[in-house]
Design a protein around this ligand. Structure first.
Ligand SMILES: Cc1ncc(COP(=O)(O)O)c(C=O)c1O
Length: 380
């Protein structure tokens, strides 16, 4: 028997209770019985984003919200600063290109965090920059960028927004939108929210809402103005993903009221720490040793081991789907997830599987050492 286990940093496994909530009969989104579901989701999202500002919901993957964060805030010819430290940082640049927004790019070595001093220098050299686009957690390299410090720099300017792709940060670690003065914060359902893909979320500050008024870029489906007006009466402009919202309602209750947000962050960090230490214990290197994101761990495939074969063995012989590297990291790393519906036993078992797969690929190590390390660290 081969039991399939999903161990990627999105999509993540979905709790049984959430699956059952999504299996309920579909209700009409303009009918009265949908209203309380929507209202609970709306306030729950504000709690998980740590904001009093409106948080919009879209029937889209996370990239939809990224797209909207360019097409609704800037105009063709505007100037943006893009922090590129991985595949998703590059995506900000591509979206800006698509909307004819000029960009200055800070290229950060993949696996390293951005340096706030570089952001300050770029803003000083280009006073016309209207928005800074970055990731909080760059999932492709398992790296965490210093959002708080960068926000402090951006906030000193009245005419510049900070737009944070926090798709693998919200619900993963403490990223308080209001306290840090973040203008736009994005996330997606298939990450810490423990849902299938298909929902994107966007918190918008007052400053961002002001900025929107002068944006001239073309958009239709993702009209933040329309969505904000609808939100006032608990409506979305278009048909929402009703079943996903029924699931979100339950998932938010689990995270916020049953487990607790701080406890969720602490669990995720603990799993990440144990995974990093267990990989080091068997001589493996990490891509982001100094600035790791707790969302996932990027483990360097050791010399002599074929990355695709390693993942294939994990998937086909052991039942574990883990993530590959993306772009120039394809085949060079494997990424193990911590965000979302994972506990210590999932993690210890996944680490044991990685050890077995490495041994099968000829990597010599003391079998069981990584799992032992993780077990000890996760015992209390
Ligand atoms: C940091 C980050 N940004 C953007 C995305 C893109 O989101 P989606 O694939 O849901 O469009 C992802 C997805 O993994 C991500 O991790």
């Amino acid at each position: 028997m081969l039991k399939r286990r999903l161990f990627t940093p999105g999509p993540v496994p979905v709790p049984e209770r959430v699956l059952l909530a999504m299996a309920q009969p579909v209700i009409n989104h303009r009918a009265p019985d949908f209203l309380p579901v929507f209202q609970r989701c709306k306030t729950g999202l504000q709690r998980i984003f740590q904001t009093e500002q409106p948080v919009l919901l879209f029937a889209a993957s996370g990239t939809g919200a990224m797209d909207a964060a360019v097409s609704n805030l800037l105009s063709p010819g505007d100037h943006a600063l893009v922090i590129q430290g991985g595949k998703f940082g590059e995506r900000w640049g591509e979206i800006c290109d698509a909307y004819c927004v000029r960009t200055t790019k800070i290229d950060v070595e993949w696996g390293r965090a951005a340096d706030p001093a570089d952001v300050e220098a770029a803003l000083d050299a280009n006073p016309d920059i209207k928005a800074v686009y970055l990731q909080a957690s760059e999932t492709s390299t398992a790296t965490r960028h210093p959002v708080k410090e960068i926000a402090e720099i951006v906030r000193r300017r009245d005419d510049c927004l900070i737009v944070v792709d926090a798709i693998t940060a919200v619900g993963v670690y403490d990223i308080p939108m209001d306290d840090w003065g973040l203008d736009v914060v994005l996330s997606g359902s298939q990450k810490a929210f423990m849902l299938p893909p298909g929902l994107a979320f966007m918190g918008l500050s007052e400053r961002a809402r002001e900025f929107m008024k002068s944006s001239q870029a073309a958009h239709y489906y993702f009209s933040l103005d329309k969505e904000l007006k609808g939100l006032e009466t608990d409506q979305t402009s278009w048909t929402p993903a009703v079943s996903l919202l029924q699931g979100l309602d339950v998932a938010l209750e689990m995270i916020l009221d049953e487990v607790g947000l701080e406890e969720t962050w602490a669990r995720t960090e603990k799993l990440a720490h144990a995974t990093r230490e267990s990989m080091r214990a068997i001589g493996l290197g990490l891509l982001a040793p100094d600035d790791p994101s707790p969302a996932c761990t990027a483990v360097l495939v050791p010399d002599g081991v074929d990355g695709p074969e390693l993942r294939k063995y994990l998937r086909d012989k052991l039942g574990y789907t883990v993530a590959d590297g993306q772009g120039k990291l394809k085949g060079k790393i494997i990424r193990l997830a911590h965000l979302g519906y994972f506990d210590r036993f999932d993690t210890i078992a996944a680490i044991a599987a990685v050890e077995m797969a490495l041994a099968a690929q000829g990597y010599v190590h003391k079998m069981g050492e990584a799992a032992r390390t993780a077990t000890e660290l996760l015992a209390e």
